[in-house]
Design a protein around this ligand. Structure first.
Ligand code: GLC
Length: 522
């Protein structure tokens, strides 16, 4: 079992050293000691490659160069050197399911070059699949009366992995970055790379035609063999709408494919009837069942799970599920969520700002938002409350500038930030929290250290114990055993316990307060 904490950096919102309002690589370098001090082992940096930025870098126009927005290759080389000094490893984000339509491969395809048209899916007819960002997933090209597939924005054209030449190009890209000293790889929506052929209409929105597709495991094995397989690299695949059976293969213990996977079912328990664009709903029973099913299945199969509450695509976890009514409750909630998640079994991923309890943004108008998905859905939704829905669900919630201190623009930039800073930055920021032993930040440090020092919490078995109102699991090995009890609700729950070794309240052995948690040594 891999015992690692990964700190996720969304560079454009992390730390700006040039004053252009967008974070940069030098900004990351400045904060390495902060990340090391938190206890992280890796930094995962979301894409900083050349891109028109229609999807903030997930639309790559050149995989082998750095977008000047974020700095230069020499800045990156310095980052590699500096990370070594701190004992931090670098994980890069490989977006290999699609390229930007600005990529030279796509441009050649558009100029009529048949070889490059085969790099993508150009075809005579469209089918009814929906793009994940709304609307049909096929874009018409008048010049040659054909459609191309884009599972995301129309400026993100899907690559044809069936074509060996495409796969060879992809291996070059991955090896280029490994040769530069990268020791971790996150593969964006990697379970979408194998589509069923020929494309046919779907009875729903198309997912079953391209998710965990027919050749996906073969492609991943080949990618592994040709790139990171022989090296010590931590790999995580982002899996869209996947299942346990496939994930056990993706992260199988023979290491033939990836080290671990991101799956997202636990972050859909506040989607009413499976629809993200809804509000005020939390299915605790479903959350409990999902944790139990996935964690126990992975444990039994000796597969590495991933532990995470947030990333750049999710609203802030501190604002989700049952709402805290007071600041004291919010603080307890932040700590409970962290303990409840990161004491489970798996590799942990902490998204920038989560460790200080950053909240959803407090925007008042659609003009405050920047994310392509949020704006598309704002235009598509018919609900009169659609601004409220976007406010709760937008990906921009996690993309607001990092709150470093209470100076201008939260210490993120001296210029005009590309996205508005959350107005709560004067009270929620690193500067205030690092000096407060009771803060969310101090707790994250303590929790990471605690887990690292207790191998049972890393590699021990996990078993869930059913309870109507509490989430309870035990972690055990031949050496010792712990029980973690968490209250996700805003009311007190009766529960008898002893031998508490960690908690977020004055443990009294008979009740758990709103958002309380205890770790019990059995
Ligand atoms: C992944 C990324 C997301 C991006 C999408 C398309 O889900 O995390 O930010 O928009 O893939 O690349």
């Amino acid at each position: 079992m891999i015992n690692n904490f990964v700190y996720q950096i969304y560079p454009r919102s992390f730390n700006d050293t040039t004053g252009n309002g967008i974070g940069d690589i030098n900004g990351i370098i400045e904060k390495l000691s902060y990340i090391k001090d938190l206890g992280a082992d890796y930094i995962w940096i979301t894409p900083f490659f050349v891109s028109p930025q229609n999807d903030n870098g997930y639309d790559i126009a050149n995989y082998l160069e750095i977008d000047p927005l974020f700095g230069t290759m020499s800045n990156f080389d310095t980052l590699v050197e500096e990370c070594k000094k701190y004992g931090l490893k670098i994980m890069l984000d490989m977006v290999l399911n699609h390229t930007s339509t600005e990529h030279e491969w796509f441009k050649k395809a558009m100029s009529g070059d048949k070889e490059y048209q085969d790099f993508y899916f150009f075809q005579d007819d469209k089918v009814n699949w929906e793009s994940k960002f709304g609307g049909n997933a096929f874009e018409y090209v008048e010049e040659f009366n054909k459609y191309y597939l884009h599972l995301f924005d129309k400026t993100q054209a899907d690559l044809n992995w069936e074509n060996e030449k495409v796969r060879a190009e992809i291996y070059n890209v991955v090896n280029f970055w490994l040769d530069k000293g990268v020791e971790g790889l996150r593969f964006d929506v990697i379970n979408l790379i194998s589509k069923k052929h020929p494309f046919v209409n779907s009875e729903s929105i198309g997912k079953e035609q391209y998710t965990d597709g027919p050749r996906v495991h073969e492609f991943l094995k080949e990618l592994n063999k040709n790139t990171f397989g022989k090296k010590e690299v931590l790999t995580v695949g982002e899996m869209s709408s996947t299942d346990i059976t496939n994930c056990k293969k993706y992260a199988n213990s023979n290491m033939e494919e990836l080290s671990t996977v991101f799956h997202f079912h636990h972050l859909k328990v506040d989607y009413k009837d499976g629809d993200k664009w809804t509000r005020d709903f939390f299915d605790f029973k479903m959350l409990k069942e999902l944790f139990k099913d996935w964690q126990e299945a992975f444990c039994e199969a000796d597969v590495n799970d991933s532990l995470f509450w947030s990333n750049h695509d999710q609203p802030r976890i501190a604002s989700r599920f049952v709402k805290a009514k007071t600041e004291a409750e919010q603080l307890r909630k932040n700590k409970m969520l962290a303990a409840s998640m990161y004491l489970m079994r798996g590799v942990s991923f902490i998204f920038q700002g989560e460790e200080i309890g950053m909240l959803n943004c407090d925007y008042t108008s659609i003009n405050d938002f920047s994310d392509v998905e949020s704006i598309n859905y704002y235009n598509l939704l018919t609900d009169p409350d659609k601004l409220e829905i976007i406010k709760e669900k937008s990906r921009d919630n996690s993309r607001t500038p990092m709150q470093w201190d209470n100076s201008l623009n939260s210490g993120f930039t001296t210029g005009k930030p590309w996205l508005k800073v959350n107005s709560n930055y004067e009270t929620i920021n690193v500067g205030v929290e690092k000096n407060d032993p009771n803060s969310t930040l101090s707790f994250y440090k303590e929790l990471i250290k605690f887990k690292k020092e207790n191998m049972t919490l890393v590699s021990g078995n996990i078993k869930f114990i059913d309870h109507e109102e509490l989430l309870i699991y035990t972690r055990s090995s031949n050496d010792d055993s712990y029980t973690v009890v968490s209250n996700y609700f805003d009311h007190e729950v009766k529960y008898e316990y002893n031998n508490v070794i960690m908690s977020n309240f004055d443990a009294n052995s008979t009740t758990i307060p709103s958002f309380g948690f205890v770790v019990i040594k059995n």
